[in-house]
Design a protein around this ligand. Structure first.
Ligand code: ATP
Length: 608
């Protein structure tokens, strides 16, 4: 019985410890996970550093010996040459050692930065749309540049300077005591103690200022990113001056926050000089006295001065290390915030058991209600309908009525409640995300194209880049002739460094990209709005011929786009206002028929 209780508590303690450790790694210091990977390299680097520092101490000693030898006339030219050879040999070891620690420690820091950047990108890719709706692109970009840079500086130079400072201080002090004089050493290092005390205060204050500085930089990056991506709107609304003012404000804020850091460093550095100067003064006064009284030789006095100078570097390095570490700490916290974010949409544990690797395309919405966040109102209410495999559903409705929301839910960019959407009779949440998205071809409303060739844009996400297949998809989307008119044909670069496509050309390239996927489900989200009616007719005809047996969902505003669909859903403020075929809805004399009449009238007016 007692044994059982003991085992129970032992197990419990173990679990708590494990839990704490996980929490510690996850919550407190993600950087330790990365440092751990490079621990052997760091160790090698630190050992090399130790050797370098150790060898360094012999140069003042050899100089001191030559000085005393020459002064006392106990050393001839051979002795001097031997002394110089010893110094040169130490110099050679130092050169090799300095290469070594740089290679090991800077290499590890670069490695950590590289891995952290990869992991951060992979993590960001996993995060759901909800996260991107809340966070600004510029801010995220600043994490990849400024914050990772600060982390690298603290994982590399700061590690070196700290260890160097500690090892060097320790060794120099030992050498000062053993080789020169203990009392002189103690007196000379008293002022240096103030540096250790000041370091703690400086570290705390520096981290706060660095956090503010990094945030200001993020805001500035965001400002530039928004102004440049929105330059068309800025120019069209003659808002250059306003944008410039907003930029100047962000820039000023960034400068102010940087100045706060500069001011702190500017206060600390002269203080360091004063402390170091005091040490030098004590050395001159008391060391000089000891030399005059013959307690230490002139050579040892000279060596002592060199040792004091050797302490200057660790003191300044200590200041730099605190700066780097504080900045790194501020950045790690910012990056940790990203890693702490969990995707809302993910494969639940039992999903992989489902063995689903293909979809047929029978979609069912079962009394679907949906809101984007708990704070926002419901945007879809009681949607209840079935889309048969191989049929076409058209969704029509005023702007903001929830059409794109339905597409987003089918792609699981957001989560619907369990059971509210099924595909082939399986709850969408039980279908592996990869399978779901691979089986849906989507033409989004914003027709985003990458800064790449048209060929690569169309073949994006497809299993092949075969030009014949790319051309076939482009022909179906009625963009082939346009592409052939471009100077580089399919190799034409799109976007910032290439040609600027018209709205309609972008739309059709985007349709070609979706058709290239040849998926069992195709969603066109207002994807024909920028093409003329003849081209629209042609594209729809092509879709009809080539997508037999496959499901299509067309979201549109023009009735001409959707009138041949098997079923038409009219959404009104997220509700199914009307549902049926074109004829059925016309007979209903409701919203659809009114829309139809209006659009017919517009057509006739256009013809006149
Ligand atoms: N990420 C989001 N968070 C909160 N609300 C959102 C979000 N995205 C869209 N909405 C809101 O949901 C409603 C439906 O939007 P949705 O984009 O589905 O409309 P839509 O019918 O596709 O409109 P349009 O024809 O203009 O594209 C709108 O009121 C919109 O403001």
């Amino acid at each position: 019985m007692l044994d059982n209780i003991r085992t129970f508590y032992q197990l419990r303690i173990k679990t708590i410890k494990l839990g704490r450790r996980e929490l510690y790694l996850k919550e407190k210091n993600i950087i330790f996970l990365y440092l751990n990977k490079y621990k052997w390299k760091y160790l090698l680097g630190i050992i090399t550093l130790f050797i370098v520092d150790f060898m360094n101490l012999y140069i003042p000693q050899f100089t001191g010996e030559i000085t005393d030898g020459l002064k006392d006339k106990t050393m001839d030219i051979t002795g001097v040459i031997q002394g110089i050879i010893k110094i040169l040999l130490v110099g050679l070891v130092l050169a090799l050692g300095r290469f070594g620690w740089r290679y090991f420690i800077f290499g590890s820091a670069r490695g950590i930065e590289y891995e952290l950047r990869n992991d951060m990108f992979a993590h960001l890719e996993k995060l759901s749309m909800g996260y991107y709706n809340k966070n600004k692109t510029g801010d995220l970009m600043a994490h990849f540049t400024n914050d990772l840079n600060a982390i690298r500086m603290s994982a590399g130079p700061a590690v070196i300077t700290s260890f160097d400072a500690i090892i060097m201080t320790f060794m120099v002090l030992t050498k000062m005591i053993l080789y020169v004089n203990i009392r002189l050493t103690l007196l000379a290092v008293i002022p240096l103690l103030f540096i250790a005390i000041g370091g703690v205060y400086y570290g705390r204050s520096a981290e706060k200022r660095f956090t503010a500085k990094q945030k200001a930089f993020s805001d500035l990056t965001d400002q530039v990113q928004e102004s440049i991506s929105g330059i068309r709107v800025v120019k069209a609304f003659v808002q250059e001056r306003e944008e410039l003012k907003a930029f100047a404000r962000a820039n000023q804020e960034n400068k102010d926050k940087n100045m706060k850091v500069v001011k702190l460093q500017a206060t600390i550095m002269p203080l360091l000089d004063i402390v170091i100067g005091l040490s030098g003064l004590i050395t001159l006064l008391y060391g000089g006295y000891l030399t005059i009284t013959g307690t230490i030789t002139l050579g040892r006095f000279i060596a002592f001065n060199q040792y004091i100078n050797m302490l200057v570097w660790p003191m300044i390095a200590a200041g730099d290390s605190v700066t780097f570490f504080s900045q790194g700490m501020a950045s790690i916290k910012r990056i940790q915030n990203i890693f702490r974010q969990q995707p809302d949409v993910f494969d639940e544990p039992d999903v992989t058991d489902q063995k689903i690797n293909h979809l047929d395309g029978e979609i069912e919405f079962n009394h679907l209600n949906f809101r984007f966040t708990t704070e926002t109102p419901e945007v879809l209410k009681g949607i209840n309908l079935k889309v048969d495999k191989g049929s076409t559903l058209a969704i029509l409705g005023r702007t903001g009525s929830g059409k794109t929301a339905m597409a987003n839910l089918l792609l699981r960019l957001y989560n619907a409640e369990p059971g509210m959407i099924t595909i082939d009779g399986v709850d969408i949440r039980k279908i592996p995300l990869k399978v779901l998205r691979e089986n849906i071809a989507y033409v989004p409303q914003d027709n985003f194209l990458f800064s790449d060739t048209l060929k690569n844009n169309i073949a994006f996400g497809a299993s092949t880049k075969d030009i014949e297949i790319v051309q076939e998809a482009a022909r179906e989307a009625c963009i082939h002739d346009n592409i052939m008119d471009f100077p580089g044909n399919y190799e034409t670069l799109v976007g910032e460094r290439g040609v600027t496509l018209s709205g309609g050309q972008k739309q059709r390239s985007s349709i070609a990209r979706a058709l290239m996927k040849d998926a069992p489900i195709l969603i066109l989200d207002d994807s024909l709005s920028a093409v003329d009616t003849n081209t629209e007719e042609q594209i729809l005809k092509n879709l009809n011929n080539n997508r037999k047996g496959k499901t299509t969902i067309i979201i549109a505003h023009r009735i001409s786009t959707i009138q041949n669909a098997d079923k038409i859903l009219v959404l009104e403020e997220g509700r199914m206002a009307e549902y049926g075929t074109h004829e059925e809805l016309l007979n209903k004399q409701g919203i659809y028929s009114k829309m139809y009449e209006k659009q017919q009238l517009e057509k006739q007016l256009e013809a006149v």
